[in-house]
Design a protein around this ligand. Structure first.
Ligand code: AGP
Length: 607
């Protein structure tokens, strides 16, 4: 998601725009830019501070302008791709959040009409489209509306023109836009965050609406140019709350984004009828992938645990031998790598030093390196030969939640891709694709239980030790669930393969050492119930994660959290959700700072 902010009024717009961008940085920090109608534009790669560093010694001045923060989804985070984008005459400038699906056709048509483009973004097409229609309409609002009627896709935009410097035009379809109504000044933004310090009077645009603001007026129209009257609302949130979409913490906001993240990770990538996944980032190596006979997965922390789930998926459904290694250990081994080996690096930030060094080592030995990365243009994304972007949006909480859900989803897509290149049948491929599509709704049903999960977390919040156990696909989820609890509540939590209990860990169990047991109605259910009975025989408390409809487990476990049924390969994408919520509520009950846990950083760029 990107951040948009615009101002028109009687004050110098540059400090207002820069301050607004700073408050929007949680929406993206790949590049930043402003256009001030009376002075021109400045853009920079990276966060707002890089933009501030580029301001000329003689301050650029103007009483209206538009500003943008980019979270790159398609196209590297370069200065050329940074917003705002302009038309041929550099008169019309646009900032945009969303995706213009038909931009290639529109761009080809505009080029045939003589337009010249400076970037590879979809957004720039909008500026030239408005320029094209302005020649005929002679009215900026009408030209913007005509341009938007040509567009397919999603947009939240702000448009400024040198010819009418006081006027700014906004429009929304699928990406949020809110107007801020001040005293002789008005604002446009992606959300109220940058507006709140100026006014609490806002108007939320609705899909298909266009707004025209000047310092003393604001009008709203439909795309049929019909005037719309809309009352102002008073925002009673503070800035922090708005950035967190009303949640108390980014971690909770990002857990709740799980369903949306799966939709974004799979968008345009599932061909259900053919049981295929379409991964544009692998197209250039697709034929080489057919020849690969081994995969080494490398990651750290949560990303490593995602890799462990991927090992089960890829071996069972793609028939390729897989080994998984933490980045910091990979380098001390002498791995047997050749040109038929895939080194698959998993990294949310794309900057983790241990993972990056593993990639470089594998490349030196001739491996084909792939990445599953969330941050577009990050070092790992650039240094791997090909890869899959998560499209999970910025993850602000140090404890990785939505990124992990996206990593598992991307691994399922990769399994489908490689499996259907090999022995996976059409029917199995279709079943997997259909089950992937059903995941967002299934996660919603788990999130709907958040109050019950909170009650369970608060019941156990006095515990100083916790055991997490699972088997097969959910053994890595036991490890990840334990890491979540460790990270945000600082208590001792251990993840184990349940089959290991009798080889030592069972000695720890007593009434003060509770266990989280992932016991779905799957191929290892009976073994899991035996493990639960072993725990209960030692007076250990057990919270069971069970499949919806399984009521008998209530006779075994002290507390039960149900998750919907899905195929075993995808069950980790569901079982991790209650464990994320449990860790969050457990830590909040203990008064911990869940977004910024002590001693940890979001991206570990040192070895
Ligand atoms: C996960 O909650 C932690 N923040 C940490 O383990 C993280 O997953 C690890 O540092 C890897 O980070 P990356 O995905 O950005 O490479």
């Amino acid at each position: 998601m990107c951040g948009i902010f615009a101002y028109t009024g009687k004050k110098d717009s540059v400090p207002i725009l820069l301050d607004g961008l700073t408050s929007l940085e949680y929406r993206g920090y790949d590049s930043a830019g402003i256009f001030v109608a009376a002075s021109g534009a400045i853009k920079a790669v990276g966060a707002v501070n890089n933009l501030k560093a580029k301001l000329p010694a003689t301050p650029i001045r103007g009483m209206s302008g538009i500003a943008h923060l980019r979270w790159a989804t398609h196209g590297e985070p370069t200065e050329a791709n940074a917003h705002p984008h302009h038309d041929c005459q550099e008169d019309i400038w646009v900032v945009h959040n969303g995706i213009i699906e038909n931009f290639k056709e529109l761009k080809a048509k505009l080029i045939s009409l003589g337009h010249t483009f400076m970037s590879s973004t979809d957004t720039e097409v909008l500026a030239h489209l408005i320029e094209h229609h302005l020649r005929e309409k002679k009215d900026l609002e009408k030209a913007v509306i005509a341009a938007l009627n040509d567009v397919e896709g999603t947009y939240g935009i702000a448009v400024s023109s040198k010819h009418e410097p006081e006027k700014i035009i906004a429009a929304r379809l699928g990406a949020p836009i809110v107007l801020g109504i001040g005293e002789n000044e008005n604002f446009i933004a992606s959300d109220p965050t940058p507006i709140l310090r100026h006014t609490k009077n806002v108007i939320y645009l609705r899909d298909g609406e266009v707004a025209v603001i000047t310092p003393s007026s604001h009008h709203i129209y439909t795309l049929d140019s019909v005037r719309v009257e809309r009352d102002e609302e008073i925002i009673d949130w503070d800035v922090e709350q708005v950035q967190k979409n009303g949640y108390d913490h980014f971690m909770m906001k990002e857990i709740m984004e799980g369903p949306e993240v799966i939709v974004n990770t799979t968008r345009g990538r599932l061909i259900t009828d053919e049981g295929l996944s379409k991964l544009g980032g692998l197209e250039m190596v697709a034929e080489r992938l057919r020849l690969m006979n081994r995969i080494i997965v490398v990651g750290c922390g949560t990303a490593y645990y995602a890799g462990l789930v991927g090992e089960y998926m890829l071996e069972e459904y793609a028939g390729i031998p897989v080994e998984v290694e933490v980045g910091s250990e990979f380098r001390y081994r002498k791995p047997l790598i050749d040109e038929h080996t895939i080194l698959l690096a998993i990294s949310q930030s794309g900057e983790t030093a241990d993972t990056l060094e593993a990639i470089r080592e594998a490349k030196r030995k001739g491996a084909l390196t792939l990445g599953i990365v969330n941050c577009v243009g990050s070092t790992i994304a650039r240094e791997t030969d090909a890869g899959i972007y998560n499209h999970a949006g910025p993850e602000m909480g140090v404890a990785s939640t939505k990124a992990f859900v996206s990593q598992l989803t991307a691994l399922a897509l990769l399994t489908l891709f490689l499996g259907r290149q090999r022995q996976m049948s059409l029917s199995v491929g279709k079943r997997i694709a259909e089950e992937i599509k059903a995941l967002p709704e299934k996660i919603q049903t788990i999130l709907a239980q958040k109050d019950a999960i909170r009650a369970i977390a608060e019941k156990y919040a006095g515990s100083r030790d916790f055991l997490y156990m699972g088997r097969k696909y959910n053994y890595p989820i036991a490890l990840e669930g334990a890491l979540k609890l460790k990270e945000v509540s600082y208590i001792h939590a251990e993840g184990y393969g349940a089959g290991e209990m009798k080889h030592g860990p069972l000695a720890m169990i007593d009434e003060k050492f509770p266990t989280m047991a992932i016991a779905l109605s799957d191929s290892v259910y009976q073994k899991m119930t035996s493990n639960i009975q072993e725990i209960k025989a030692r007076k250990g408390k057990v919270i069971a994660i069970a499949t919806e409809g399984n009521e008998e487990i209530r006779d075994l476990a002290d507390d039960v959290i149900h998750v919907p049924k899905t195929i075993e390969m995808l069950s980790p994408i569901l079982t991790i959700v209650p464990l994320q919520l449990f860790a969050y509520y457990f830590a909040v009950k203990n008064g911990q700072n869940v977004d910024r846990p002590r001693n940890l950083a979001k991206s570990v760029t040192v070895e």
